[in-house]
Design a protein around this ligand. Structure first.
Ligand SMILES: Nc1nc2c(c(=O)[nH]1)N[C@H]1C(S)=C(S)[C@@H](COP(=O)(O)O)O[C@H]1N2
Ligand SMILES: [Mo]
Length: 531
């Protein structure tokens, strides 16, 4: 008699259980080492090495969800491979281990490609491979013979199949206690073990990093503190963006799939390249230098007209220009190429940083150390430039170079080499497609032209005449400005449109321009219903 064939789902199930255990086991290892788990490492490597434009495309299509989409994609590929390999492993055990080994090698290759980020990221991959191999070995033992054609070896018979209680279904692959059931039970157990390990990973503190995080860093007061915000700067209108964006609400844009969690006590910034006196600076040294405060609005070049990839904060930091003077920058070094801990690069024109504006190596944001999400322990902030050419989070390296010699991350992917912020305005209230009572309706929003300044904001109702809005106060030319006006409306559907004029006299055109390569243009236009 030949052994019962394993049920058809046994292969994919074993494959999935193996993958789940492997990934689950990697999680606590990654947490303890303070490095990215394998799926993230692979996804990161995909981002870094994907062909021209793919990443930009993903960001434009999926927006802020791009990271979740990519990680899900990597997981789906893994699930497909696991199912197929599990099926293969039913007939040829060696093939199952071979696929597991190949997947582990791919993970190791990804970790190697990302070695500047996390040199230890290979360890969780190895842990995953080991756990996967153990799970696979265990689950294979729940199966009958390797092939239906081969007689069942003795130990493959269900150990609990007593002749006395063998019912009519005994020997069938779906019978209780039969091979199908045993595989299912064992798989569930293995998956549960993986889930427990994975869950534990979420709770484990990193053996490094945690003590040197934002919670533990004490920032000195600014040598040149700013006065409190003048009354009339924040109009406090419900629905209108507050003048200062709370850190928790501040938009986040970066290529990092998991937020780098750096240890301030181990952080160093290197300033080198085309300079007379290259140097390195630690966090303790940086905090000993005079710190200044500056209110600066940060904007993303990917922000659509009317979009929310813009925020304003009071930054605390040391002037970048002072660091560059200390290094002695060569006159022909027209680019500051900043590199983050995770290898992202950003090219800022040297002359912009040296022209006297508040270009900062920032350590504080709205009265607190930078949150991990916004670049802890240090980032650059330069008023007047889009974030992709000015605002390197987790910055560890400033290299003085030339635009003609080296290209930064996004410039290399089709975005403009230089990215001055374009004059822009946005309506916050009433919200798009909201309903408001007919009569007098408050209309309010923000407008920005960092390091130029906004001179006027105009609004028009139903494509009628432009009327001037009232501008709130601003501490300087580097922030957005709130504006407010009122329109009188009959019941029904209405349209609002806004345009700003900056301090150079330039007024926003209604002609729409897409974000790539150097920022969107056009009037924010929305509709609402009065009733
Ligand atoms: N390390 C690193 N810094 C980065 C980026 C990045 O991908 N990696 N993205 C930049 C972009 S495109 C923008 S708009 C700003 C956004 O800063 P925020 O996330 O603090 O709002 O960060 C910049 N700094
Ligand atoms: Mo950006």
């Amino acid at each position: 008699m030949s052994a019962p064939a394993p049920p058809r789902f046994a292969g994919p199930l074993i494959g999935l259980a193996t993958a789940a255990t492997a990934l689950g086991a990697a999680q606590p290892a990654a947490a303890l080492l303070g490095v990215s788990p394998p799926v993230t490492v692979v996804a990161d490597a995909v981002v870094d090495h994907s062909p021209f434009g793919l990443v930009a495309w993903a960001i434009s299509v999926f927006g802020a969800a791009d990271k979740a989409v990519l990680v899900t994609g990597v997981l789906l590929v893994l699930v497909a491979v696991a199912c197929a390999a599990g099926g293969l492993a039913l007939r040829r055990p060696a093939a199952g281990y071979a696929v597991l080994g190949a997947v582990a090698l791919a993970g190791l290759a990804a970790a190697w490609l990302r070695r500047t980020d996390d040199p230890w990221a290979a360890v969780p991959v190895l842990v995953a491979a080991l756990a996967g191999a153990l799970a696979l070995a265990l689950l294979r033992r729940t199966l009958p013979a390797a092939s239906p054609a081969v007689p069942a070896p003795a130990e493959a018979a269900p150990v609990d199949a007593e002749p006395g209680n063998a019912g009519p279904g005994t020997g069938s692959d779906t019978a209780p206690g039969g091979p199908g059931r045993r595989t299912v039970v064992a798989s569930a157990g293995v998956i549960a073990a993986g889930a427990v390990a994975g869950g534990a990973g979420l709770w484990l503190p990193s053996l490094s990093g945690r003590t040197g995080g934002p919670g533990a860093l004490r920032l000195p007061a600014a040598a040149e503190p700013l006065p409190a915000l003048a009354p009339g700067t924040d109009l406090g209108i419900p629905g209108l963006s507050p003048f200062f964006t709370p850190n928790d609400d501040f938009y986040r844009i970066d290529t990092a799939l998991t937020v780098p969690r750096l240890d301030a006590s181990r952080w160093r910034l290197r300033v080198h390249g085309m300079v007379d006196r290259p140097f390195e600076i630690t966090m303790a040294e940086l905090l000993d230098l005079p710190l200044v405060e500056a209110d600066i609005t940060l904007t993303c070049v990917s922000n659509q007209v009317g979009g929310d990839l813009v925020g304003n904060a009071r930054w605390l930091g040391h002037p970048l220009a002072d660091l560059l003077r200390r290094a002695g920058v060569h006159s022909d070094a027209d680019q500051i190429l900043a590199t983050s801990h995770d290898g992202w690069t950003c090219g800022t024109p040297t002359e912009v940083v040296m022209d006297g504006r508040d270009a900062l190596l920032a350590v504080g944001m709205n009265g607190a150390p930078l949150p991990h999400e916004h670049g802890f322990p240090a980032r650059t902030v330069v008023p007047g430039l889009y974030g992709y050419v000015s605002a390197t989070k987790w910055v560890t390296d400033l290299k003085l170079t030339r635009f003609s010699d080296e290209q930064a991350y996004w410039a290399d992917r089709g975005w403009a080499e230089r990215g001055p912020v374009k004059t822009m305005s946005r309506i916050d209230v009433p919200g798009d497609f909201t309903r408001v009572p007919a009569g007098d309706v408050a209309v309010a929003g923000v407008a920005w032209a960092q390091h130029t300044g906004i001179d006027a904001v105009e609004v028009r109702l139903d494509r009628g005449e432009w009327s001037t809005a009232e501008l709130a106060r601003v501490p300087g030319i580097d922030t957005w400005v709130q504006w407010v006006t009122e329109v009188s409306v009959e019941p029904g559907m209405h349209a609002l449109e806004v345009r700003a004029t900056d301090a150079t006299g330039f007024t926003q055109s209604h002609v729409e321009v897409e974000t790539i390569p150097d920022g969107a243009e056009g009037h924010h236009y929305l509709r609402f219903t009065a009733e």
